[in-house]
Design a protein around this ligand. Structure first.
Ligand code: KG4
Ligand code: ZN
Length: 336
């Protein structure tokens, strides 16, 4: 049986990435150019700057991905690309590039949903993992509790009503003086803090047990800090970070385990940038162990944005027959 090779491209936010994936789960190369240093100056991602940098870097990144995999364009079976959701200008760079390459090389084009990519990151290091399972996708832009019925077949059980989990990490980090990107920094300083030092609210959405809301806990942290400042008191950064992180993980674990019990699944996975969080991994691992179900999570490099995960998702779409035309467009609010 012939190998199937996918060249995958990801440019939905501030990472310019390309990868070559063999037979769905084998990563031959995974090149990521991160623009983080550039955006740190502004305290967050500046869309216009992201688009321009993608244009500057994308050809190099793709060439490197092919070279490292030791393949040429002619060896590729299909070109996979993220076409949404994300920043429209950023997405357009990857989509235009993928169309140009696929057209010139005479290869099929497969558009991929960014969240489907995040979920598929779990297939890379867990060869035995197959649907059905439940997956919590927590990133800078998304907080989705998803039932993965089959490859490429999803039911969204719940989502955030306001801020995404990663967004809350980033905003709180900025407020307590940790800077951008906040998630990894909170993760690190929280290790020195007391998670029970401050009681921040655990928000539940009425009549929607799988939905999330993080704007309340974010405001509570801001109010707490302002209160300290007004009283002329100082606050312990590590304690606030640890207490905030605990409040967020409590809700993520609580809602996820509620769904696990309700749907009677024996496999649970996490994905997305926030899935790299050490406290969340630990809490989820324990909750799954208590329930006797298997827990899956990707290595940190496959949690945050990358093209390897897009290549994995593109492979399953490709073998299911998904093909996109030359009119494929970037869809900033694409639905799963
Ligand atoms: O998946 P991702 O790279 O991009 C999106 O699709 O949004 O996720 C980025 C988000 C950022 O909000 C970042 O602060 C968060 O993931 N993040 C973390 C950690 N590493 C990244 N949040 C908490 N703990 C971490 N270790
Ligand atoms: Zn992402």
């Amino acid at each position: 049986k012939k190998d199937i090779l996918i060249l995958a491209i990801e440019s939905s936010c501030d990472e310019t990435a390309a990868a070559v994936v063999r037979n769905g789960r084998e990563i031959l190369s995974n090149i990521i150019y991160s623009q983080i240093d550039l955006h740190t100056l502004y305290g967050g991602v500046v869309p216009e700057i992201a688009s321009r940098k993608h244009i500057e870097k994308i050809n190099q990144v793709i060439e490197k991905a092919l070279a490292e995999a030791g393949v040429s364009l002619q060896d590729i079976d299909a070109v996979g690309v993220t076409y949404g959701p994300g920043l429209v200008g950023a997405l357009l760079v990857g989509v235009a590039e993928a169309k140009a390459i696929a057209y010139a090389a005479g290869k099929p084009l497969v558009g991929v949903h960014h969240i489907e990519g995040h979920i598929a990151a779990n297939f890379i290091e867990h060869r035995e993992l197959e649907p059905p399972f439940l997956c919590l996708v927590v990133s800078g832009g998304h907080t989705h509790l998803v039932r993965v019925r089959d490859y490429g077949k999803f039911d969204i059980l719940g989502r955030t009503r306001d801020d995404a989990a990663g967004e809350a990490f980033d905003k709180v980090a900025r407020a307590i003086g940790l800077g951008y990107p906040g998630g990894p920094k909170i993760d690190k300083v929280a290790k020195e803090g007391n998670p029970d030092a401050v009681q921040f609210p655990r928000a539940h959405v009425e009549d929607a047990p799988y939905d999330f809301s993080f704007s309340g806990v974010k405001s509570a942290v801001l109010n707490y800090i302002n209160g300290c400042k007004m009283k002329g008191e100082s606050f312990r950064q590590a304690d606030v970070a640890a207490s905030f992180q605990k409040a967020v993980t409590d809700v993520l674990v609580g809602n996820a385990m509620h769904a696990v019990e309700e749907f009677g699944v024996d496999k649970f996975a996490i994905a997305g940038g926030v899935a790299a969080n050490s406290a969340l991994r630990q809490a989820m691992a324990q909750a799954c162990e208590e329930r006797g179900i298997k827990f899956y999570y990707p290595s940190p490099i496959y949690c945050t944005d990358n093209a390897a995960m897009i290549g994995v998702a593109a492979y399953y779409e490709y073998i299911n027959g998904t093909r996109h035309g030359w009119d494929l467009n970037a869809v900033p609010n694409l639905r799963l």
